[in-house]
Write a protein that binds this ligand. Structure first.
Ligand SMILES: Cc1cc2nc3c(=O)[nH]c(=O)nc-3n(C[C@H](O)[C@H](O)[C@H](O)COP(=O)(O)OP(=O)(O)OC[C@H]3O[C@@H](n4cnc5c(N)ncnc54)[C@H](O)[C@@H]3O)c2cc1C
Length: 450
């Protein structure tokens, strides 16, 4: 059996690395890695699509990822802050109450204890008020989440929240308010990161077990010929041509490419599935990375910025993930900005975004313009999957369709879920196991019920 794997990010490479069957990974870019690509320039190393650290609630997955990296691992301790009213507050906010001014501290603690908001019925905003109270909700959780998700918190559903946003025990919140040290989100208090080469070292290590990655192959058209799937890098291609058009044939397919691109490429996708897929919301991400001719930056790993007047929602410091990420005597800082077409940010040029970020970093006393020796602005189209309930309904329908016609989906952009590397790898290994066990008999798309 020959299996075609669409997309060579972490999910696609993991499937290929674990398949017993012949397979090929079709990747539109010149190298695999997808979201986990790393830039190495002028001695600086940073992740192109935002900082990626290795952590998981599932210790087996941490062990697996660390083992893949062999000796190329650095272990670090989180030192995150939240920039609130000019103060650097310990992260997560509820564990940093002592860093607030006394009035803010009182309001957070009082409302956390007194909290009489009813259990959430439908949306994330209700969930925040119910679990954290008005103080924590309005000072940090709502403004920060509305920045990163780029939608009002009441438009976000509940399905994704449990497990992703831990609820602190009351003892910890009281201790934090009176100045006793506590830690939250302990599953990522210590994390791993490649010592050299940035997070791309992880898919690169996986890639070593994959012999058949076809780069520069954008999947543009998928159709059936008898029982076989045909995949072409051209909308109009029917066979080989001298102009770089190519058609590959497989007994089975797995898709890890964005669900929107799969639906658009597949011949005969029913209009209602196209409509459902096109209704899915996602946020794009801009990263603005700045290298500095100084090692003066504080030893923070990341700073969260809820202030709606500041364009970026998070800053990270790649040299705190691994000391090899910046040359001696220099350092590096990366700002992340969530954006969508039409929001004003999306339309800014790279130069305008860079100037805006440097301006705010100067205000935060993190950067002096004269110290900037490197900069790059990068854009990731499918950054964050927006978890609204409407989206969930459309998604269930579309996923059921692709599963039914014999194209399983795997990974963050294919399944359109807010999942990290650990879950992508876990699910990819399960799909590979399933394909190894099953003799797949894909069905004809036109016969599949929607
Ligand atoms: C800002 C940010 C920070 C994150 N931080 C962390 C973190 O700290 N820790 C963590 O564990 N996870 C983190 N993640 C999540 C992690 O990036 C993903 O879970 C994981 O990399 C997804 O891998 P994937 O293979 O499913 O998708 P992708 O990496 O998107 O792979 C899809 C691949 O398909 C290719 N492709 C797309 N269209 C086509 C086409 N038409 N034809 C052929 N190929 C195509 C793409 O080029 C890409 O290589 C973060 C994500 C973001 C956005």
């Amino acid at each position: 059996m020959a299996i075609g794997i669409l997309g060579g990010g972490l999910a696609g490479l993991t499937i290929a690395a674990h398949l017993d069957h012949d397979c090929e990974v079709l990747e539109k870019e010149s190298r695999g890695g997808g979201h986990c690509q790393t830039v190495q320039e002028q001695g600086f190393t940073y992740d192109a699509g935002g900082p990626h650290i290795i952590f998981s609630r599932n210790q087996e997955m941490v062990d697996y990822m660390v083992a893949l990296l062999g000796d190329n691992v650095h272990r670090a301790r989180r030192n995150n802050k939240i920039f609130y009213k000019g103060r650097y507050v310990k992260y997560p906010f509820e564990n940093g109450l002592f860093d607030l001014d006394p009035q803010d501290r009182f309001e957070c603690l009082y409302h956390y204890i007194k909290n009489d908001y009813p259990p959430p019925q439908t949306n994330f905003k209700e969930w925040i008020y119910h679990h954290f109270g008005k103080g924590l909700a309005e000072k940090y959780l709502i403004p920060y989440n509305e920045k990163i998700w780029n939608v009002p918190a009441e438009e976000l559903g509940l399905e994704w929240v449990e497990g992703r946003v831990p609820k602190p025990p009351i003892e910890d919140v009281i201790k934090a308010a009176v100045g006793v040290e506590t830690e939250g989100y302990t599953h990522q208090l210590y994390f791993h990161y490649p010592a050299h080469g940035g997070i791309e070292s992880l898919p690169r290590a996986m890639r070593e077990c994959v012999h058949n990655l076809v780069p520069d192959f954008p999947v543009e058209r998928i159709w059936k010929e008898g029982s076989r799937w045909c995949v072409s890098n051209s909308q109009s291609a029917q066979g080989q041509s001298s102009q770089g058009q190519s058609t590959r044939r497989y007994d089975a397919l797995v898709s890890t490419i964005p669900i929107q691109e799969l639906a658009a490429s597949l011949d005969g996708t029913p209009p209602e599935i196209l409509t459902a897929v096109n209704a899915l919301r996602y946020n794009s991400l801009v990263t603005v990375t700045i290298g500095l001719n100084t090692a003066r930056l504080p030893d923070y790993t990341a700073i969260y910025v809820p202030d709606p007047e500041v364009r970026f929602h998070r800053l990270s410091f790649p040299a705190s993930f691994s000391p090899h990420n910046a040359p001696p005597g220099q350092t590096i800082i990366q700002a992340e900005i969530t954006t969508n077409p039409g929001d004003g940010t999306h339309e800014l040029t790279d130069e305008e975004l860079l100037a805006d970020v440097i301006h705010d970093l100067q205000d935060m006393d993190l950067v002096r313009r004269s110290e900037v020796c490197y900069s790059r602005v990068l854009r990731t189209k499918y950054g964050y999957v927006v978890q609204n309930d409407d989206c969930r309904r459309h998604l269930h329908r579309a996923k059921a369709y692709f599963e039914q016609i014999g194209i399983p989906l795997c990974g963050r952009v294919a399944e359109f879920e807010y999942i990290n590397m650990d879950v992508c790898i876990e699910r990819a290994r399960k799909i590979a196991d399933r394909l190894n066990r099953e003799a797949l008999v894909p069905r004809d798309p036109v016969e599949a019920a929607v």
